[in-house]
Design a protein around this ligand. Structure first.
Ligand SMILES: C[S@@+](CC[C@H](N)C(=O)[O-])C[C@H]1O[C@@H](n2cnc3c(N)ncnc32)[C@H](O)[C@@H]1O
Length: 230
């Protein structure tokens, strides 16, 4: 299997820090005050995993999943020699093959959904929601939907496109506009509980979105229905 993050993987967090003036890291941990000790927390497409490490430091039972061996190697290096109340479980897998349905209190997708093309991202959101327990949460940290006047939206779109094209070239990520994650999550029947924004210069560039899954048990993957993808 080709590891698309073989070259860019070790540089990923450094580039993200420069590109966002540190705001991407803040966004990734933007909902961490919701994490309580012993909670089961999943990080899908974890990458280098500062968010997962922070969650484990808060006493959560953390599972991380990533398809890239390179990313997981960097992640393992980062946790080497560190002790947590619950050791972090790292799974090398395609997230679509990870099937611990309704198991997690919180499922994180930080800067992960934007990797996928439009026709896959809705399936992936549905899959991630099916991994959260009834009443559990899905957290999406990503580029914020452009807002404001014409010029502000233009600048925000250009900002996103720079990252999009860069990652298309380096990791074959999909080319697409910024996704409307709150709308997608609502369409899956999740309630948007809170959104926190992270600014660069004048604009909201990144958002951490906390969405809550219905309390009713048994809403596993197959019972979700999507009206349309945006
Ligand atoms: C853009 S990086 C984001 C990494 C990390 N979440 C962050 O915010 O720094 C996307 C990550 O998703 C992983 N990934 C891509 N497709 C995947 C898949 N199908 N299943 C699991 N992980 C995947 C990549 O290997 C990469 O580590």
């Amino acid at each position: 299997m080709i590891d698309r993050y073989r070259i860019i993987g070790p540089l990923y967090d450094f580039l993200a820090m420069i590109f966002s003036f540190g705001q991407i890291d803040k966004c990734k941990c933007g909902m961490h005050d919701r994490i309580k000790p012993d909670m089961k927390v999943l990080f899908a497409g974890v990458g280098q995993g500062i968010d997962a490490i922070e969650a484990a430091s808060l006493g959560a039972q953390v599972t991380v999943v990533d398809l890239s061996e390179t990313m997981l190697r960097v992640f393992q290096k980062r946790i080497q020699g560190r002790r947590f109340i619950h050791p972090i479980r790292a799974v090398h897998s395609d997230i679509f093959k990870f099937d611990e349905f309704e198991h997690f209190d919180m499922v994180y997708a930080n800067f992960f959904l934007n990797v996928f093309p439009r026709d896959v991202v809705t399936d992936l959101e549905e899959h991630l929601a099916s991994l959260a327990r009834p009443g559990g949460y899905v957290v999406v940290g990503d580029f914020s939907l452009p807002t404001g006047g014409l010029f502000a939206r233009f600048v925000q779109n250009v900002y996103w496109r720079i990252a999009d094209v860069l990652f298309y070239v380096m990791a074959r990520n999909a080319l697409h506009p910024v996704y409307n994650y709150p709308e997608h999550l609502r369409q899956l029947g999740l309630e948007i509980v809170e959104t926190r924004y992270f600014r660069v210069l004048f604009d909201k560039r990144y958002a951490s979105i906390l969405a809550r899954k219905n309390d009713a048990p048994g809403r596993s993957r197959k019972t979700f229905s999507l009206k349309s993808g945006k």
